[in-house]
Design a protein around this ligand. Sequence first.
Ligand code: SF4
Length: 171
Amino acid sequence: MGLISTQEDVEKSILFTTVDKMVRWAQKSSIWPATFGLACCAIEMMSVTDSRYDIARFGSEAFRASPRQADLMIVAGRVSQKMAPVLRTIWEQMPEPKWVIAMGACASSGGVFDNYAIIQGVDHIVPVDVYVPGCPPTPEALLFGVLKLRDKIAMGLPPKYIEVSRRQAKG
Ligand code: SF4
């Protein structure tokens, strides 16, 4: 380790930021998803944790078995009417701030299951921050969705449920 001697060295050694920016950086760098899969899309979701796709690069490999330790719900698969209240309960048990990714056509819009048993888009049950298209979306597509979510957090955009409640408060 050399001594800090010149002004240039000093400038390289000191980091100026705001607490707000630092918090956002910490949040986007450690998004922990809930361990929760509903159908075929969940297989692709599991793939992102392996060495090929390596979601650990973004600090999100720690899928949590308890919703109380998770701040991201990846809805991977179709949501049945029966499952909807369970999904809502899990989401409510997650601490704030929290985010939701709708992974795939079924989670986003019901997909090919245009029938009474399937919710036609999980945004009828919980507010969704990022939609990932595809049937199923590739692991790369899900990673792209996670990167988009990181961008939203870094920009200081509020989670969707906060946006929705602000809109409702305004009337
Ligand atoms: S989008 Fe396709 S792969 Fe995903 S749950 Fe629906 S049918 Fe299965």
